[in-house]
Design a protein around this ligand. Structure first.
Ligand code: SF4
Length: 216
């Protein structure tokens, strides 16, 4: 049963996830936050507009990380993390410090993003992210702009943003993150062969996830 108190930090598999916002300029046809009523495997991720501060996130994170081993700390949640870029960068910077101090066994810091962060923040963000994030997963989701609009249903201000998503992916590869993932969802009508080609061209790694899969 879903807990009433929203989770700002939760576990899934071997990873620990941060739920920093529910806001997102997209309304993807496959987004499970609607289908699962803001629940994720028994975790209530509905922040109800009360977004956690960086200090609240770090306190909850430290408590969780002490409990059991983990491989990655992932900025994900039911929302787009770059909507809160300053909080994201502050928390990730602290995590980098914990990595450097070996406060916990070796782990990676991953960002799952819809690739709209530069548009959302009206400035380039890749170099700031590069300093504090190890792995970036960009949900490209479609092989062209028309299919992207159909699948991610962006707000009007972002309807022309497919090329920006692909540019963000390429910028991340060029910036030298440890790994850059191009992700999409199976059985949505996206052409996974064309996306595999795009991954090859951009030198990113294709990840096709199942429709109701783990970390979107
Ligand atoms: S980008 Fe992510 S959070 Fe936003 S609507 Fe799509 S699946 Fe949901």
């Amino acid at each position: 049963m879903t807990e009433q108190t929203p989770k700002i930090v939760y576990r899934f598999g071997n990873n620990v996830y941060l739920n920093i916002t529910n806001r997102c300029p997209n309304l993807c046809v496959f987004c499970i936050k609607t289908k699962w009523k803001m629940d994720f495997h028994g975790n209530n991720l509905n922040l109800s507009g009360n977004e956690p501060s960086a200090l609240e996130l770090l306190q909850a994170l430290e408590d969780e990380l002490k409990k059991a081993p983990f491989n990655e700390v992932v900025f994900c949640g039911y929302g787009e993390p770059t909507m809160r870029l300053e909080v994201l960068l502050y928390v990730a910077q602290t995590l980098k410090g914990w990595q450097a101090q070996a406060k916990f066994p070796p782990f990676k810091i991953r960002l799952n993003t819809n690739g709209l962060g530069a548009r959302i923040n009206h400035k380039p963000i890749v170099s700031d992210l590069r300093r504090v994030i190890d792995i970036v997963n960009v949900s490209v989701n479609a092989e062209n702009a028309a299919k992207w609009r159909e699948l991610v249903r962006p707000e009007a201000a972002y309807e022309d943003a497919y090329d920006d998503v692909v540019s963000f992916l390429q910028d991340c590869v060029d910036a030298g993150f440890e790994k850059v993932i191009l992700s999409c969802v199976e059985n949505t009508g996206a052409d996974t062969q064309a996306l595999a080609k795009l991954a090859e061209q951009t030198k990113s790694t294709l990840y096709v996830r199942s429709f109701l899969d783990e970390d979107n």
